[in-house]
Design a protein around this ligand. Sequence first.
Ligand code: PXP
Length: 241
Amino acid sequence: MPVLVVNVDHIATLRQARLGKEPDPVTGAHLAELAGAQGIIVHLREDRRHIQDKDVELLKTTLKTNLHLEMAATEEMQKIALHTLPHMVCLVPEKRQELTTEGGLNCLGREQELKEFLAPLKKKGIKTSLFIDAEKEQIEAAAQIGTEYIEIHTGHFADAQNTDDQQKEFQKIVTGIEFAQELKLKVNLGHGLNYHNILAFARIPGISEYSIGHSIISRAVFVGIFQAVKQMVDIIAGFTP
Ligand code: PXP
């Protein structure tokens, strides 16, 4: 059965709008756990636009479930991960000007570099994941790098402007999931997933985790975070294994 890992970055986005103390992403994470989230994920960006170092430390010491850390493959982030020891690290590409992570990490030609980057994390028992597009070459590269997980980027599917494009993007993801499983990679999905489009994956076997942030935090503004997380947990619980 797939699990829900809730991304609380955008609680911090709201807090940083006033550079104050509220709303607190750590409190949000605790409520998300009470509502059934099986993990909490944050993206500590180089520019610290939302999540701050202190949030990561507090989450690590107070979560009852698992802390997942999304980060760029930089020396600074590697040091933080080795100090914090999250359950899982997911490597993502990062550009300063982007609104959000715009595409998957390009692993081609970086197999050795990324393998070496992940080695000390793996040695400390941290699970590793690479956020990549559902392309055969990227999945092959991920397998070569030796990561246990990949997270397939669902943003192109979520952003598709018509049914045909959405169907094409969906098919690419399904083919990617099957190929990854042949290569013994565990598969997570994330980016742009919401209460409606996630239903497309209800009958796709072998998905480990859904990493969802924006749609849940947006709904939480109106119904509260407990309700918003619980509604997504209930949807996923209804998926056929
Ligand atoms: N997975 C990754 C790798 C991401 O970068 C993000 C966005 O931070 C998400 C999942 C969550 O995406 P969304 O906020 O659109 O649900």
